[in-house]
Design a protein around this ligand. Sequence first.
Ligand code: HEM
Length: 306
Amino acid sequence: MSELEANLRLLQEKYQASGQDMNSYLQGLMHSNYLTYWDYIHLDTLLTLQKPKTSFPDEQIFILYHQITELYFKLSLNELEQLPARGGDADFLLQRIKRLTAYFSALTHSFQIMIDGMEPEQFLQFRMALLPASGFQSAQYRMIELRATPLHNLVQFELRSQISSDAPVQELLHNIYWGRGAAELSSGNKTLTLRQFEEKYGAEFLKLAEEVKGKTLYEMYLDLPESDRQRPEIIEAMRTFDRQVNIDWPLMHYKSAVRYLKREPEDIAATGGTNWQKYLPPKNQFRIFFPELWSIEERETWGRPH
Ligand code: HEM
């Protein structure tokens, strides 16, 4: 039997199995067009998704770079979402952590585009047209965290030792670092940015937190047999990912806030209205996905230069 005949037979079996007539599908093939690159990746749509609020040319950079970052976040979630189904498979875990690290490494390095890549005079003007929106409202960023580590590790640092790791998901989520951190400078009340964010995504976060309980990346690692858990390349990959997401990227991001918003004697208010100088530096947040993979000293000096 020729290759063509063999393929036709396989196709026939496929269509028969679902009660379909293969000949009709072959006729359809006669009329269908070849796939193009631009249709496949929806390029025209992609390139029309930038809708500046002002006519400052650098606003394009700001929009595009946020969109690029969100796509990397999506790549990261694509990996994290696959992990629970492959529990116990150490090589798979290692390979996927390396992918995650590659994404965050790309983001950390490219953040220079934000730090040096816009004229401060333009930025300080177009940002006023974006109030009260803030990257703070990135749901994918929070979903990466929820899938990476047990919720207790994301509780605001000052409250972490007072709240049990077995506390109900709702209570842990109520005390999550970003919910507590985004308070208005003047009154201490929740910022509008935070209230809008919680309104839109609160229920989704709660559902996700319940769903991934016991199945986060860290727990996937902890459930591995002792011999796998001790593999130096796995430990190193986990630590690198933790450092990338919780120190390297936040430091680059913080640098951009300093570059545009730091002004003597008084700093410029953030679009999200937070006390950003206190809130953003990783050394104040103590966000650590995999605490037991770091020494006590490393944890205590988290986010500080070594
Ligand atoms: C010039 C560039 C940027 C500046 C000046 C800046 C400034 C800020 C500030 C001040 C905050 C604190 C929340 C607030 O009050 O708004 C914040 C939070 C945040 N921004 Fe940016 N940002 C910049 C670029 C980006 C980009 C490109 C992303 C990518 C998505 C991003 C994602 C975030 C996230 C995820 C948070 C929350 C961080 C946390 O809760 O620890 N930002 N940003």
